[in-house]
Design a protein around this ligand. Sequence first.
Ligand code: UDP
Ligand code: MG
Length: 338
Amino acid sequence: MIVSRQKPAAEGKSFMKDTILYIIVPCYNEEAVLPTTSGMFLKELQDLQAKGKISGESRVLFVNDGSRDRTWEIICNLARQDAHFLGISQSRNRGHQNAVLAGLMEAKDKCDITISIDCDGQDDISAMEAMVDAYHDGCEIVYGVRSKRDTDTFFKRVTAEGFYKFLRFMGADVVFNHADYRLMSSRVLQEFAKFKEVNLFLRGMVPLVGFKSTCVSYERHERIAGESHYPLKKMLALAFDGITSLSVKPIRMITFAGIFFFLLSLVGILWCVITAVSGHSVPGWASTACIVLMIGGIQSLFLGIIGEYIGKIYMEVKARPRYIISDRTGETDETQKK
Ligand code: UDP
Ligand code: MG
């Protein structure tokens, strides 16, 4: 049985300083930034601890995503130098989303809260305090939302904002301008572990878990060093994954198109018959056109119907949890008695 470390929130200071935070940091070929940012993560951890907001048992957990440079060596050295640093390494490069998931699952039974953050110093580390505060106020998920995109190029800004709008239009419920900088409580992580799907799009999946959540805005800076591993090609692949993993709306659109073309073909057939009867067409044209329209219309309609079933099968094979309980009356009463 999985034992959740989650304790009831908002029990005052004594609970706050027992809160174990794990900062989850995916790293892929980051030898240029890790020596700098690791110190920044540690400082934030120590500051939060000094303010009595988290426990001394809190850790920075690096996830090496099959790096080809000295990243893992650096992580091992950091772990040797300071007990606050931990590291796990994936057997090969699996991509950012899988690296974050690996870290979250590694941490879920060891901590009360996790905050996932990129290792390149782009996400404002000081926003963690507001996230932890929101957790202490009773929120179980805190989304880091970019306040502005000044540091982005015009192209990146337009494509990124278009990306969120398009995702929403396609039926994927994502928090606008939120990437993967977020706090999750261990209770949310325990439920999230039940989502067994292989195609990951974390920022769309986490909202499906539910629970009380809020947003904290932060400014995104330039990369401290090194290069982005998310060129346009990878961003498009992520967007495609996001839509197809979260929504069957594209299939629904095929169904509607199928119905539309079927109805259109009926109108077309009627038109062919009228022109044939009124003698305005070449002999043989109307019958040929009717057959083509009929076959086309019926095929579009049937494709849509088959698509609907494929959509259902797709959602079924994901085997996502059908319900998640957040509270029970008895437990709430117990908490109030204390
Ligand atoms: N990353 C990863 N595996 C990959 C690509 C990236 O773990 O295959 C990590 C990377 O080390 C960084 C984060 O994911 O911590 C975000 O990547 P990056 O900064 O390159 O993307 P950008 O911020 O430019 O979108
Ligand atoms: Mg980055």
